[in-house]
Design a protein around this ligand. Structure first.
Ligand code: SF4
Ligand code: SF4
Length: 282
């Protein structure tokens, strides 16, 4: 079972919920795996501090043009849907970072001038904390496309486990690629008008993808009705709340797993898990 954790924007508490939920479910005896799919800024390992057991490169194929065979006919340039090829001064230019590794240019080159070469764009790291396997994808600095790293990370998902997928913030291609096979999503939001606006965008996305979801209010305060009224009006499930607390914020900033060090947070996670179990058979 795949449970994705999303938020409309960064800093909402998505990783706090993902890491603590994974850890807590594992402690309760469930077979759980945690995945950090926020490949441009993965920070789940800050809280897990796992012992790293493997690091594997993520490679993509990019075209190489043999100038001796190329006739500069321009066929490959015309067919590339991503404008990753150009001819300038009788020289083929390949813009590797925007190449989507589709292989079409190689297919259309009747001169056989195009071969493919591997290029490393990131890594997949695996670690362990107690009995909980944790994975993260990390895209190299300056690489514009995280999706190949997300695809490589997804290969580690096991159907027999509860897989907690910590997504990128927002509703970009990376998020869509991560959640497309999710069985359920947890949307983490804050009780502000901006939070509600971002939440609605994510709800629209999940409605289009036809994925069921529940909502968690993080930094809960006297304005919770902003989110609660929206949930009631639209019959969305409210899974629970985590209160705004300076104490929690301090422990979070030290990179601590809150279920281990904050009893109040732990109780709120228990409530969220109780509601989650009513939604799902876990
Ligand atoms: S299709 Fe082949 S021959 Fe034509 S420009 Fe591209 S690489 Fe050169
Ligand atoms: S592999 Fe695809 S995206 Fe990359 S340069 Fe060739 S046609 Fe364009």
């Amino acid at each position: 079972m795949n449970i994705a954790v999303l938020s409309g924007k960064g800093g909402t508490g998505k990783t706090t919920i993902s890491t603590n939920l994974s850890y807590k479910l594992s402690k309760l005896g469930h077979n759980v795996q945690y995945f950090d799919f926020d490949v441009e800024e993965p920070n789940g390992f800050i809280f897990f501090k796992p012992e790293i057991s493997s690091v594997n490169d993520v490679e993509v194929l990019v075209p190489r043009v043999n100038d001796l065979l190329c006739s500069y006919c321009g066929e490959c340039v015309e067919k590339c849907n991503f404008n990753a090829l150009a001819i300038a001064n009788n020289k083929m230019l390949v813009f590797e970072k925007i190449c989507h590794s589709c292989g079409l240019c190689k297919l259309v080159c009747s001169a056989g001038a195009i071969s493919e070469e591997k290029r490393t764009i990131g890594v997949i790291e695996k670690g362990l904390i107690d009995n909980l396997p944790v994975y993260r994808g990390v895209v190299n600095v300056g690489e514009p496309m995280g999706v190949p790293v997300i695809k490589a990370l997804k290969k580690h998902i096991k159907e027999s486990s509860i897989n907690i997928l910590d997504c990128s913030p927002g509703s970009s291609c990376s998020v869509i690629k991560t959640v497309e096979n999710a069985d359920y999503c947890i949307l983490v939001t804050e009780p502000t008008k901006f939070g509600l606006n971002d939440l609605k965008i994510t709800v629209d996305l999940l409605d289009k993808l036809k994925i069921p979801f529940g909502i968690v209010i993080n930094k809960s305060n006297d304005d919770d009705n902003i989110i609660e009224d929206y949930c009631t009006d639209n019959t969305h499930t409210l899974l629970g709340k985590v209160p705004f607390s300076k104490d929690i914020a301090k422990k979070y900033s030290k990179g601590e797993l809150l279920v281990d060090v904050d009893e109040s947070f732990n109780e709120h996670m228990n409530d969220i898990i109780y509601e989650l179990k009513k939604e799902l058979i876990i």
